[in-house]
Design a protein around this ligand. Sequence first.
Ligand SMILES: Nc1ncnc2c1ncn2[C@@H]1O[C@H](COP(=O)(O)OP(=O)(O)OP(=O)(O)O)[C@@H](O)[C@H]1O
Ligand SMILES: [Mg+2]
Length: 327
Amino acid sequence: MNLTADPATAAPSRTAPALVVEGLTKRFGTRTAFENVSFSVNHGEVFGFLGPNGAGKTTTVRTLGTLIAPTSGHATVAGLPLIPQNGVEIRRRIAIMPEAPGLYLRLSVAENLSYFAGLYELTDGPARIERALRAVNLLDRADELCRSLSKGLRQRVGLARALLSDPTVLFLDEPTSGLDPVAAGTVHDLIDALRNRGVTIFLTTHRLAEAERLCDRVAIMNTTLRLVGTPDELREQLFSKRLEIRTREPLADPERVLAGLAGVESWHRADDGAYVLAVADPGLVAPDAARALVAAGADVLSLSPSQYSLEDVYLRLIDTDVEAQNR
Ligand SMILES: Nc1ncnc2c1ncn2[C@@H]1O[C@H](COP(=O)(O)OP(=O)(O)OP(=O)(O)O)[C@@H](O)[C@H]1O
Ligand SMILES: [Mg+2]
């Protein structure tokens, strides 16, 4: 989609990051919503922002979206320093889809979008509305009252609304919250399509599989930023690598077979009977392990590197936080 910006909103530089956040803090009175948060997001990246309830995700979105001012720290949003004088220009370059889409239920889909197009002072409203509706596959529902739409469809109207202004940076605050797997899948496809068009997406979510599927990098946050990286990088930082071996019968002398292998740091037998080897490089150890097992007369059922999910990473980090809080 290329909802061309008018000259006053000329596209920001593509070389600088889409978002730069440095030591950003937001307090409400004595309550700290987030503290000393620093990260950057590249153009065209889908950046996931994960954290438990109350972690400060929505407040971060509202701060970067110029809806509230930070208490301290610096940020650049869509190429512009986050300062009050730049509020209007930043808002021209970004869009926020909040947790609740905020539609007028007694107006039709098209009337809602037309109202918001007017609010954004878009000159070519009808054409933009049509493109936004097409992007979310809702052209045929344009005349329906929003009241009569299901939650998933309302969410898509909310996304169409966010697309009206052709944002370079799109903030999506839990866009699939409360949606069934099929409706959530539709939103995922839309996010993929936006990424393919070069839109930078800042996505908060509680669905870790969603973050794993969609995000180039994720940040895990709990008032302070805990980790940032690709899901693979986070797995590597938090978990040692493992090779998991399953045999038809238990090994007669596992210590002799497994501990003698080059590259094996330790091994243990899991509750489900698998032999779990801590290794530096599963790809190097696996062929030797297969040979040693066969030589020992074992029937090998499987031999594979353990896969940790983003959920494992998240839970380990957040559990550590809870433990720290309880100390
Ligand atoms: N306007 C406000 N006034 C006072 N405290 C606020 C305000 N907005 C947010 N907070 C507090 O800031 C903290 C972070 O809230 P925030 O809504 O950013 O969390 P979140 O990560 O989006 O959580 P959730 O996953 O539940 O949506 C919470 O303790 C919240 O109560
Ligand atoms: Mg929130």
